[in-house]
Structures are given as structure tokens and as C-alpha cells.
Design a protein around this ligand. Structure first.
Ligand code: CA2
Length: 146
């Protein structure tokens, strides 16, 4: 099974500011945790980050016919982008939306996700572990070998 993990704008800055919301660990640690989890689950993973909406759409489109599952944290584009859920629907790959913080307990503008209707599941407020839970969910429910 092949999983693509996509991270949106500013997530590469994790660990630098706002530790009360996003924790102390940095982006490199997040990527290492994802890679270790992939090994433990016996799947292949690739991790992508961009600050640009169109690049995120390009990456989703590139996954068509290649990835078996997507884990996506669209970051701020969660609350603004129509192009990202459109791309997810276009490729039809089972996708889990992840947010490090609990977007439902924060500012009003973060409570709406344009992405979640295009996803099988949304995990929010579980910190970095949310990504690992999303990977497990995809393996348990959408592995092509099962
Ligand atoms: O909780 C999440 O994972 C978010 O997707 C993170 C986004 C935010 O816009 C969403 O509403 C919720 C922010 C990405 C990272 O922002 C940083 C801010 C300060 C320091 C480092 C990263």
C-alpha cells in the first residue's frame, strides 16, 4: 500500500512559534514519525509540503493511479479552498483530513472545513499522533491487499 501525506501552508514552521497550540516538535520530527509509522505498518509513504494551493492540487492529481490513500492537513486552506476538495473528489483516493489542533474549539473561522466532505474521516486535536491514526485507518480500511 502506498500512502501520500500532504501538508499545507506554514506547517513547515512547526515548533518555531505557538507551542501552546501546535506543540514543541518541529516539522522534521513530524516527517520522521510518519516514516517510522509507515515502516511499522509495512506500507510505503511519501510526505509533501507546500505553501501554495496550486502545488497541493498538483500533488493530489499526481497521486491518481499511484497512491492508495491520502492523509492531508490543508492547514489554512481548509477554511478557504474549493480547489483542494475538488481535486480530492476528482482522484477518488480514500483521504483522511488531519488537524493538529482542535479546529472546532478555536476561532469561528476555523470551524468550517471545505475539505472534510471530500474525506472519509477528519481527525482534529490529536497533535502529531493524528497523522499516525489516519495512516492506521487507511491501512485497516483501504489497503488494496486486504
Ligand atoms: O491544526 C491544524 O493542523 C491546522 O490545520 C494548522 C493551520 C491552521 O491554519 C488550521 O486552522 C489548523 C496552521 C498551520 C501551521 O501554523 C503555524 C503557526 C505558527 C507557527 C508554526 C506553524
Amino acid at each position: 500500500m502506498k500512502i501520500l501525506v500532504i501538508n499545507g501552508p506554514n506547517l513547515n514552521m512547526l515548533g518555531i512559534r505557538e507551542p501552546a497550540i501546535y506543540g514543541n516538535q518541529n516539522y522534521k520530527t513530524l516527517v520522521e514519525m510518519i516514516e517510522e509509522k509507515a515502516k511499522a505498518l509495512g506500507v510505503s509513504v511519501s510526505v509533501y509540503q507546500s505553501n501554495h494551493e496550486g502545488c497541493l492540487v498538483d500533488e493530489i492529481q499526481k497521486a491518481y493511479g499511484d497512491a492508495d490513500g491520502i492523509v492531508i492537513n490543508p492547514a489554512a486552506y481548509t477554511h478557504t479552498s474549493v480547489a483542494i476538495p475538488d481535486a480530492l473528489k476528482a482522484v477518488g483516493i480514500p483521504t483522511v483530513e488531519v488537524h493538529i489542533s482542535d479546529i472546532n474549539q478555536r476561532e469561528e473561522f476555523r470551524r468550517h472545513s471545505f475539505t472534510s466532505p471530500a474525506c472519509k474521516l477528519t481527525i482534529a486535536g490529536h497533535g502529531f499522533d493524528g497523522y499516525l491514526e489516519a495512516m492506521e485507518y487507511l491501512v485497516n480500511n483501504y489497503s488494496p491487499e486486504k
